[in-house]
Design a binder for this molecule. Structure first.
Ligand code: CTP
Ligand code: MG
Length: 224
């Protein structure tokens, strides 16, 4: 059964504050988008659609030279970009689709495979998660309270589902005007059960300048 993917890369990266869209920023000489696409390919993903910001096609083509992907313009929000990417996939309805943030450029292939395998094993919607490491407080007006973090998990990507399921879920949520931050939540909104698999610390979402420093250090450790 084919496994296909949408890599969302249409964001500007305002918190990173680079001169280029975040997905084009290089980590140890290789653009984040290229590292993300290569990680998916290494895990055996066949067709890949990449959502990109308007006006940057030549730079994305250069960054992904030699890798065969389909480019589509992204939307105003991540959710809109995912929808645009899903619409561009030509795989059969029951294909497994993974939605991945270009910004999680160091995702291990084992995490990608774990998500795909869980969908192949019958799960409706799958997300990789990691334990929350910070102490968490809930602020309510003037008061604040400690939150027990032991049952909490932080959500990563790629998130997986069957293509027709995820398309339907995204269309429904767009009609209803609901905004959610991840694709499993889109499925959950339709009453589906979300299955969790283990994510990995390396799969951090590069968001602020400090994350690039951390990711560079992780990469150097990988290839001594
Ligand atoms: N994304 C997208 N389309 C958007 C917004 C985000 O495809 N309209 C993608 C980003 O390119 C990124 C992923 O969604 O790979 C996760 O979003 P985030 O880390 O928030 O990236 P940006 O939105 O680019 O960053 P910022 O919020 O700091 O501007
Ligand atoms: Mg954003």
């Amino acid at each position: 059964e084919p496994v296909v993917a949408v890599v969302v890369a249409a964001g500007s990266g305002s918190r990173l504050g680079a001169a280029l869209p975040k997905a084009l920023v290089e980590l140890e000489g290789v653009a984040l988008i290229r590292r993300s696409v290569e990680a998916l390919r290494e895990a055996g993903v066949a067709d890949i659609v990449v959502t990109i910001p308007v006006g940057f096609l030549p730079l994305f083509e250069a960054a992904l030279q030699g890798l065969s992907v389909t480019f589509v313009p992204g939307g105003a929000t991540r959710q809109d970009s995912v929808r645009a990417g899903l619409a561009a996939l030509t795989a059969p309805d029951d294909a497994v689709v993974l939605v991945h943030d270009a910004a999680r450029a160091l995702v291990p292939a084992a995490v990608v495979r774990a998500v795909a395998d869980a969908v192949l094993a019958g799960a409706d919607a799958v997300i990789p998660v990691v334990p929350v490491i910070d102490s968490i407080r809930r602020v309510e007006g003037e008061d604040s309270h400690i939150v027990d973090r032991s049952p909490l998990r932080a959500v990563q990507t790629p998130q997986g589902a069957r293509l027709a399921t995820l398309r339907t879920a995204h269309d429904r949520i767009a009609e209803e005007g609901v905004q959610v931050t991840d694709d499993a939540a889109v499925c959950e909104h339709l009453g589906m059960h979300v299955v969790l698999v283990n994510g990995h610390r390396d799969s951090l979402k590069i968001t602020e300048p400090v994350d690039l420093i951390l990711a560079s250090a992780l990469l150097r450790e990988r290839t001594p």
